[in-house]
Design a protein around this ligand. Sequence first.
Ligand code: ADP
Ligand code: ADP
Ligand code: MG
Length: 544
Amino acid sequence: MDAHDIFRKLSYGAKFNTKITASDKVSSNIDVKHVHNVNNRIDSVKKNVSVKPEPYDEFILLDSIKAESDCTKVKIINKKKDDRNNHQRDQEQESINRIRKINRISVVGKKVPNPVETFDQLIDQYNVMPQIVDNLKLCGYTAPTPIQMQAIPVMLKGRQILGCAPTGSGKTATFLVPIINNLAEPSKNGFRSLIVCPTRELARQIFRECNQLTEGTGLITHLISKVSQKHNAQSVNFTKKFDILITTPNRLIYLLKQDKPINLKSVEWLIVDESDKLFEVGVRGFREQLADIYRACDSANLKRAMFSATHTYHVAKWCKKNLKGLIFVSVGHRNTTTDLVEQKLLFVGNEHGKLIAFRNLIHEGLHPPVLVFVQSKERAKSLFSELIYDGVNVDIIHAGRTQLQRDNVVKAFRKGKIWVLICTELMGRGIDFKGINLVINYDFPQSAISYIHRVGRAGRAGRPGKAITFFTETDKPALRSIATVMKESGCDVPEYMIGMKKTNKKLKRKLENSVPKRSTISTTPKYLIQKKKKLKQMTANHNR
Ligand code: ADP
Ligand code: ADP
Ligand code: MG
């Protein structure tokens, strides 16, 4: 006869109070001594059966034994459940860590939302509108890129973010998906999302992608284009119908300074693309404008997101201090070029050597589209005149051209009508020309950051590309840092470059903010240029 039989025999016809107390339920640790005691008491009941104990005593005794053994059973079950839960949690965590590791995602922050591996998981796990996922697929995006896997969930949970991922790795869709999902449907309350980026071309590009991703949602996006006379039309009632605003900082500041300033009070998400560029101070940066924009977005619900391919200490420090609940997501090694671009440094002796080297490349056969970076508008124009003379299908883009010219050049280059595009730093950031085969740094970039962005115009969305960087004696001060970036990105560079003396910080900063003097690109003799100028002036005077 076991304890159960004894129990049945003795308890026949009796009612027991077998309720378990709350404290028993809560407790999940089994007290070994306690189990031992219960077993002893069951033994003693077994022994006592033959002596026929008083039914009443047994009644009490068995009641407590039953309750205690039940409670132990519950505790064991709870423990098993907890073990299973812990095991499941460990397994989940392991799989999350694995996803992050494979995709080289690193995260810093509290309670970081889990990454997803497919876009469909966004619907199941984060309640994203299926329409948005359909739109992603229509764009040809079959699977999320690493930054999309992690940063989209972070923003969907309403967390502020500093996101760093290589050039061409899909940061645009990363911030567009969560803001579109957050907006859900048109509200006619004016701008609720604001995206700021450094150049008009980039703003237009983001605008295009935004229109693709909002397709079918009814949401309307506005791109501030030519500010000029139209600013009156931009105010109050006109802006009510829009949900998303995309702009460069200066145009927005202009509209903020009008008598009837543009209203940003409903903005819930402020996205700063190319954040390290916008954080730069001085004439080349937008730090002050950004501060004005922050002040204008004064909704209590405002959340901010910063994205860039390059990580700078200033941005990180600012975000840490100012963004509550910040999550920092980065992909790959910090401040390296995309590993899809094969990179080469070419010593060309002097300025004249650059043109010879370029003509050699043409002779060997250039595979268009090719993007050529020079350090100034003037040099862009000179190189353009030289290449036109060589019969190359070439055009130029720089800040000195009109908006219409800039737009047309970009369009023609996208369509493949232009093969070689000469540009200034203006094109360095964010621009996504499909399938750039070669980036030529005709003039050496002023910093490693600039190098990373320029080279990043190739090797986008998984396609391979090449980059050739010309250098002369003049470029030695910045050579070491760029050679180091190349090496970290897996390129072969001569050891002596890495071993060169470090440029001190002061000089480095000076270099970043100014361009070196270089002799002219033009091969036309000076007297001929002057003669041409005079002739032009004379015709102009004559026509007056
Ligand atoms: P980044 O801002 O990181 O430099 P972009 O957002 O400009 O990169 O995207 C680079 C290219 O990759 C674009 O042509 C874009 O259409 C494409 N792209 C973005 N996300 C995906 C994806 N999930 N799958 C395939 N291509 C993508
Ligand atoms: P961005 O590259 O930021 O778009 P632009 O080179 O297009 O800047 O210059 C536009 C800037 O010129 C505007 O942000 C504004 O500050 C200024 N601006 C534009 N239109 C006018 C105007 N009608 N009157 C005065 N300033 C203007
Ligand atoms: Mg970008």
